[in-house]
Design a binder for this molecule. Structure first.
Ligand code: NDP
Ligand code: PMR
Length: 419
């Protein structure tokens, strides 16, 4: 109760006492189920893979196991000079930091995946992968600058050359930027406002260019990371100003390029642009599911990992905010999750048989676990709540609005040159 009053009070302050109307079916459980719980486990198959690695047996990564698929008739191959055996092939964008890096580490250390870390800064990607102890031969780093459609096309061509005839089995669209303090918009190479350009348009083109290839793989999955802050049926997204709102997509109709910064065609507002881009991410998943799941068998999903309050996403926020935000999320809202656990959550969406359902927006009940029970090195990770149970979350009415999603899809295709 005290927590609820505190949240309501702070939210009122944050949005300048303006009235708020919550859409959808009430608050999602990140708000309502924050009471301390017992430490929960990751789902068993991923947990056991990590447990093997945590014993220090690097050799437990069996490069010849037919993990890539009993489905695949191909023989184990050396790709780009790397022996990847029959492991599944996963591309993770923005794998050089935060959620993407933690997920890359988790999947690589299971020994079941070969990870293509798609990074704007290749040297950084290589450095952090080494620092995290990702086993040699479990990953490669490739250049992907999402602020350039040409770079996206180049990445797809390089990936195809690297993996030759092998289909890509898994794609995680994770990279993002958040520009809440810029008074003026920054622009991508193609003239999109930076956060919409990187978070949505770059990924939109990437996933569309890879669909055909992925449809040849059995058990293929695509996950585009969403967020609670794009959903107005939550405290984080509904009470905290500004709210995500694509309006009638007047900005997209005008081509979404300079000088048009916002999806709704209104003046630039950095914090809102990020939230709008997350709505586009989640709508893209719904449209991918609606258009392609049945024909291709690809499982499309989105997810909210929890509030990973210490990542570089908040690099432009003031120092005091970066200090207090994790404390607020841990002890007031209970929505906090550490990077490692968030990475394991994203890995779960990719690997867990339970997540083999298309069109779902996954979330976790409860806070973060106190002890990283499935951490590869077996050491406790950070502090926080206490474990989370995966569930199919309900997006806001606005995110589930099919007519707007269809329009967003058509205008995005045009904007990235696919029509
Ligand atoms: P980080 O800033 O730690 O990671 C973002 C990643 O995206 C980095 O690897 C970054 O590269 C990369 N990136 C940024 N711009 C580009 C670009 N132009 N081209 C290619 N890659 C780029 O943030 P998080 O880990 O927090 O965010 C990851 C995802 O999680 C995002 O989709 C975010 O929306 C989502 N999310 C985050 C939450 C949170 O609380 N942090 C909550 C809900 C969702 P580099 O390392 O070079 O900076
Ligand atoms: Mg928010 C249960 C409440 C809750 C949750 C789960 C989040 C998540 N936030 C909540 C509540 C509040 N936030 C309240 C009550 C306030 C007012 C004090 C508040 C404020 C706030 C700010 C200023 N929150 C923020 C910001 C940011 O700059 C972050 C943001 O919007 O980035 C886009 C953010 C976030 N809150 C979250 C999450 C997950 C974020 C970060 C990132 C994201 O959605 O990707």
């Amino acid at each position: 109760m005290i927590r609820f009053v505190a949240i309501a009070y702070l939210a009122t302050l944050a949005r300048g006492f303006a009235p708020v109307s919550l859409q959808g079916k009430g608050f999602v459980s990140q708000v309502t189920t924050t009471a301390p719980l017992s430490v929960t486990t990751l789902y068993p198959s991923l947990a056991s893979s990590l447990a093997v690695v945590s014993s220090g047996e690097k050799s437990s990564i069996d490069q010849s196991t037919k993990i890539y698929g009993p489905e695949s008739k191909e023989t184990p191959k050396v790709l780009g000079g790397v022996k990847i055996g029959l492991r599944k092939l996963v591309v993770i964008t923005g794998a050089s930091s935060g959620l993407g890096l933690a997920c890359a580490e988790t999947l690589a250390k299971t020994g079941k995946y070969f990870v293509v870390m798609a990074c704007r800064d290749v040297e950084k990607g290589k450095r952090v992968a080494k620092e995290r102890g990702m086993p040699d031969g479990s990953y490669t780093v490739m250049k992907l600058e999402l602020a350039s459609l040409q770079s996206v096309r180049d990445f797809v061509a390089n990936l195809k050359a690297f993996k030759s005839a092998r289909p890509l089995t898994h794609l995680i669209c994770n990279a993002a930027v958040y520009k809440p303090t810029d008074p003026e918009p920054a622009w991508t190479d193609d003239g999109f406002e930076m956060s919409m350009g990187v978070n949505h348009f770059g990924h939109f083109l990437l996933v569309n260019l890879l669909l055909d290839d992925m449809s040849r793989a059995k058990g293929a999955r695509v996950c585009i990371v969403g967020s609670i802050t794009g959903n107005t049926n939550t405290v984080g997204g509904g009470l905290v100003y500004p709210q995500a709102n694509l309006g009638n997509l007047a900005g997209f109709e005008k081509g979404a390029t300079k000088p048009v910064a916002m999806a709704d065609g209104k003046p630039f507002f950095g914090a809102k642009a990020y939230k709008d881009s997350k709505v586009c991410n989640m709508m893209t998943v719904s449209e991918l599911h609606r258009r392609y799941h049945e024909d291709t068998g690809i499982v499309f999903s989105s997810m909210y990992p929890g509030c990973i309050a210490e990542t570089a996403l908040f690099r432009e926020k003031r120092p005091w905010f970066r200090k207090l935000f994790p404390v607020f999320m841990k002890y007031v809202t209970g929505g906090y999750v550490g990077e490692q656990e968030a990475g394991e959550r994203l890995a779960q969406v990719i690997d867990d048989p339970q997540c083999n359902k298309s069109g779902v927006y996954w979330s976790w009940n409860g806070g973060a676990q106190t002890v990283g029970r499935w951490a590869p090195d077996g050491k406790p990770r950070g502090a926080g709540g206490s474990g989370g149970e995966i569930f199919e979350n309900q997006q806001s009415d606005a995110v589930r609005d099919t007519e707007t999603a269809k329009k967003m899809w058509a205008l995005s295709k045009k904007a990235v040159g696919l029509t």
